[in-house]
Design a protein around this ligand. Sequence first.
Ligand SMILES: Nc1ncnc2c1ncn2[C@@H]1O[C@H](COP(=O)(O)OP(=O)(O)OP(=O)(O)O)[C@@H](O)[C@H]1O
Ligand SMILES: [Mg+2]
Length: 364
Amino acid sequence: MFVRELTHEGFRNLHPGVWRPGEGVNILYGENGQGKTNLLEACWLFTGARSFRGAKDSEMVAFGGEKTRLSMAFTAGGREQEATIAIQQRRQATLNGVSQPSAAKLAGVFCGVVFSPTHLSLVKDGPEGRRRFVDGAYCQLKPGYVGALSEFHKALTQRNAFLRQCREENRSGGEEMLELWDHALAVAGARLTVARCHYLQRLEPLAAAIYDGLSGGRETLSLRWETQAETAGSPADIARSWLACFQQAHRADMGAGFSTSGPHRDDLGIYLDNKPVRIYGSQGQQRSAVLALKLAEASLLQEVTGEPPVAFLDDVMSELDVSRQDYILNHIEGWQVFITCCEPSPALRATAGQVFSVKQGVIL
Ligand SMILES: Nc1ncnc2c1ncn2[C@@H]1O[C@H](COP(=O)(O)OP(=O)(O)OP(=O)(O)O)[C@@H](O)[C@H]1O
Ligand SMILES: [Mg+2]
């Protein structure tokens, strides 16, 4: 997977232009606030995902402008392809000249992984980001999973609306109706549980090996999908297990006015030597754990698609010691990589990559 050319217009502070990165390591350096992350963000949108900064689409349109237009030529699936994204109130996309029903349809065509300092929240903050990580990563492997996620959220919204109504109207009873929603949610939820556990089974050995390399074998990383449901058995068994959870929670749910249990409460447990890294990990251990997860995500994509994804490493290297920088650079050899930094370190300068400076939105 290679980005050949990015044409951008009206995107944040970037001056309209065309950027042609190299096939290997691309270093983007410049002072703070010059547009390095903006450039990665523009490329990233072609994965079909939302901004990795959590920005709303409208926030990416240049100040005072009405729309932004991006087009990217890239190599994927062994051929040259082209996609465009336009943001004007909503996001629209074309792929090889064909208009797409939504920009999310680009998922699975152009694949990338991103690591930015905001991703440290993956270990530091609550479970929502970890669920998003696993779900997002799985969507790139199996684009059909987007549909499973939206079906689950639809079922959850409906069940919650019913519970809220019961609470507002101070209605008792309604259990029969609630059971209908239980069923829908259990079936949709089981699809999520199956997918998430399957993904973790494949991700864990890769992440553990990468962490081992990063830490010089000092600690062992392990991952666990933490959920209330049984995770063993067939999808029907898992659905039955969710159904039992929902039924047990009727009283609590009626009281709360929303679904207090379900796959929307699951968590990805990340452990170092069997201790939760969120609680006991040092800064460097937490950073390495996130990097291991992200690089493992990329390795798995490569295993499945047969092509290395593009790696976007925003502000990562500067805070790692030389041996860790070397490990990363060796691990991603042969991949196209974008690395942003203020000042390239000696390890980075030693790579046979291309170097671009970014100044006031201009890439040179
Ligand atoms: N919608 C927008 N329109 C115009 N400029 C914007 C918009 N959104 C952000 N900016 C500007 O973009 C700049 C930030 O760019 P970016 O985050 O890419 O910086 P950076 O080079 O990555 O800096 P750092 O090294 O601090 O991470 C800021 O000056 C900000 O004001
Ligand atoms: Mg930045």
